[in-house]
Design a protein around this ligand. Sequence first.
Ligand code: SAM
Length: 394
Amino acid sequence: MSKQTLLTYYQTNQFNPVPIEIGDDRTWRNHFTRRRNLYENHLGIPLALLRDKSVLEFGCNSGENALVLAAMGANLTLVEPNEQVWPRLHQLFDTFKLKDRIINLFPQDINTFESDNIFDLVLAEGFIHTLENRDQALSRLLSYLAPGGIGIISFDDRFGSLLECIRQLLLFRVLELQGISDPHCDKSRQYAEQLFGQDYARLHTSRPFESWWKDNLVNPFFSAEVLWSYREILEVITQSGGEFLSSSPKWFTGDHYTWYKQVCDPVKRHHVLLQNWEKVFTYMLTGLLPEKEPTPLSPEILACITHFIEQISQYVHTRQVGVEELVYPEPLEVYLEQSSDLQIQYLNLEMKTLIGNIIRTTLKDELINAYHETSILKLLWGCPYHYISFTKSS
Ligand SMILES: C[S@@+](CC[C@H](N)C(=O)[O-])C[C@H]1O[C@@H](n2cnc3c(N)ncnc32)[C@H](O)[C@@H]1O
């Protein structure tokens, strides 16, 4: 039997992971405005400059994002191995009268696609981090960039996903207590709604709850192995002759307040970026604004969070770890305790109580109520999903 991948997960379950609603003028304008904000204000790519430029998008799904680029006059080469979403893609480009902007649509994946062409913009959103050979896939992506071209990837960040992993743990503990072995069943979705439905609704995201449940909470590909980090990604980008341009969320301030004549080489700039990342680390973990005087971060703290997330994943996906073996990591506790932000101190206490104690209850309602009674944890989502744009040297 061949190994399951994110792609086969979508195909077997026959679901569109990002069903973006753009059926009428209002929803289309909404979508367009958000994507423009992402490209222009976060990732540093003015859309008007894409007119007649060549774009290669891997994993375009049913093409809602590609449509924005087509509407700005870009010429698209699309690579989407899940042919189940092709009919909607064709129908959308037909409806928007933008079919002639698709130069090619290929059924290959990022590893098997071959082309002699190079492109001005190359994108791979929402899947590259899940691939076993993701470093190689990212290098391949960079190899398709024209000199001076721009690449975009998105990924689930290891540290930004801590709170999402804790949510996953809560749901799977409820399922365990209820004797439910299939996380994809209807009951599982109902428990997920009971636990997180209200908090999710407060996010006002266009993504339906059901898609989040399927694509994050119970997706076997939302696990420790697929989580990535800026440090690992920058290493590949540097090795492949690329340089960080920007990100979303946009947190790097290392270039701010510097004179443009003060040029930094890419390696040094990446180093400054990672130092900056350490300073905004509690923002990554919690989504709360960075502290003015952050507590220094140590490799020990990063290692203990990584290990904790691995333990959660093993509990959730393989049951190789039992709930009694889960321990709230002490170095993390000590680190967050020193925060000058009272919300972070409170969050720390709530996570400690939940993981150190309540998660072991045998009463599902006690667990659900304990989560509902948290005052900070239930309001925070961390920073799980990041975009990075990068350039290739000319
Ligand atoms: C989570 S969806 C994201 C869709 C879209 N890019 C977005 O960000 O809204 C991931 C997409 O990547 C595709 N995909 C999965 N594995 C792939 C691979 N190895 N190469 C290319 N595309 C892949 C899936 O079929 C799916 O359409």
